[in-house]
Write a protein that binds this ligand. Structure first.
Ligand SMILES: Cc1cc2nc3c(=O)[nH]c(=O)nc-3n(C[C@H](O)[C@H](O)[C@H](O)COP(=O)(O)OP(=O)(O)OC[C@H]3O[C@@H](n4cnc5c(N)ncnc54)[C@H](O)[C@@H]3O)c2cc1C
Length: 374
């Protein structure tokens, strides 16, 4: 029987195990943490459910929504809004930037003038040029410049030159709704444990080893060392960084992570009714604040906020920079045909849960496993 090792039990590892075990293969999953789900695992603090970061489900592909929805029924959240705090105005404005909010700004005339002179994004070489061409220099400096430099811990956004990473977004919205992502399905699991049931369902036919560290990799021979012993597999699906698999042979990949702070407030709701999270584009150390009640929709006299602070203490965001992507590609190109490197870290792409499921479908198709029909 074909043997498969899945490295990592986050969304990517669980979804891969789910599809591969359907083929009747013998699937083993190794996860370093004591739980499945990775970044999408729901934890509880004082009775409040939370994940590390928002992790809501966004997709332009209904098929991906339908796939997940059959395992973890979800509610659609079409009207949710995000706000950005602009200290210098000072004020909160919608993000994606809404055309109507310009009139509320103290420098509305200047912004209007700049919007009237836009010539299109064609030919933009980096994130800074893209945004200035999309919304003009003033809106760029209010919403994007400080936020993005803080997010990536860089001195200039000209460094971000592989910036087609937010296909669901639009630079400047118009129209009656201020909601974010109206171009995509936006949803969240109905149950208080979020996506967790999926991780159990997906690994039902898989042998799962939690708290398991892979001590060494010999990818050329499809084997890994666990507890001092080498184990060989027919197929390996890895969701860890490809540099780990190949022992850093092409040099280090750059990553940025997050430290997460939780704060319970003695009020039932902290944010305005339709606002799900807040972006901070100024000198504050945090980038984003999430009110988890919005996603999980439960009753409690208090509410939980999560703050995200850019950090180098973990590896959560691969850099959307061509030279970093090129190093990652060298690693991916060097993998044998029976080794798949998927997920956010595995593919070194700034991708979301829907993209992860799509990647698993793609891998399944390559292995002649029928993509699930829903
Ligand atoms: C702060 C934040 C907010 C986000 N918000 C959203 C959102 O709102 N919507 C959305 O769709 N996406 C969001 N994402 C992205 C989405 O959560 C990720 O794309 C998705 O969780 C990635 O799944 P994964 O399995 O690749 O990685 P992870 O969830 O990181 O899981 C990887 C797992 O592999 C394990 N692992 C790593 N190395 C090894 C190893 N060597 N051996 C064994 N186990 C290992 C880890 O312990 C972990 O459990 C967000 C991401 C972040 C960081």
């Amino acid at each position: 029987m074909t043997t498969v090792l899945v490295i990592g039990g986050g969304f990517a590892g669980c979804c891969a195990a789910h599809l591969l075990s359907k083929k009747g293969w013998k699937v083993t999953l190794a996860e370093t943490a004591p739980f499945l789900g990775g970044g999408c695992k729901t934890f509880f603090y004082g009775g409040h459910p939370y994940t590390y970061g928002p992790r809501h489900f966004l997709t332009q592909d209904e098929r991906l929504f339908d796939f997940l929805n059959q395992y973890v029924p979800m509610r659609r959240i079409p009207g949710h809004e995000f706000l950005t705090y602009v200290e210098r105005d000072p004020g909160f404005y919608h993000f994606p930037i809404h055309r109507d909010d310009v009139a509320l700004m103290p420098d509305a005339q200047q912004v209007e003038q700049e919007l009237g002179q836009l010539n299109g994004v064609e030919g933009a070489h980096n994130l800074e040029e893209y945004w200035i061409r999309s919304v003009g220099p003033t809106l760029y400096s209010k919403f994007i410049d400080g936020y993005s430099r803080k997010m990536w811990q860089i001195s200039s956004n000209t460094e971000i030159d592989d910036f087609a990473f937010s296909p669901k977004g639009v630079a400047l919205k118009t129209g009656p709704t201020k909601a974010a992502w109206t171009e995509a399905v936006s949803a969240y699991p109905l149950k208080i444990n979020g996506y967790d049931d999926y991780f159990d369902i997906a690994t039902r036919d898989t042998t799962v080893y939690l708290r398991t560290k892979i001590e060494a990799y010999d990818i050329a021979h499809s084997r890994v060392k666990i507890n001092g012993e080498w184990h060989t597999y027919d197929v390996i699906v890895s969701t860890t960084s490809p540099e780990v698999l190949l022992n850093g042979v092409f040099g280090p990949l750059r990553w940025i992570g997050r430290d997460f702070l939780k704060i319970v407030l003695p009020i039932e709701h902290a944010f305005p009714e339709h606002v799900y999270f807040l972006y901070y584009a100024n000198q504050e150390p945090f980038t984003r604040i999430v009110e988890y009640k919005k996603f999980y929709q439960y009753q409690a006299p208090t509410t939980l906020l999560g703050l995200e602070i850019p950090s180098f203490s973990n590896k959560l965001y691969p850099y959307p920079v061509k030279k970093d992507q090129a190093i990652a590609q060298r690693y991916l190109d060097a993998l044998p045909e029976n080794v798949f490197s998927i997920g956010r870290a595995g593919s070194y792409r700034y991708i979301d849960v829907d993209d992860i499921i799509a990647q698993c479908f793609e891998m399944a198709a390559k292995l002649d496993i029928p993509v699930p029909q829903v």
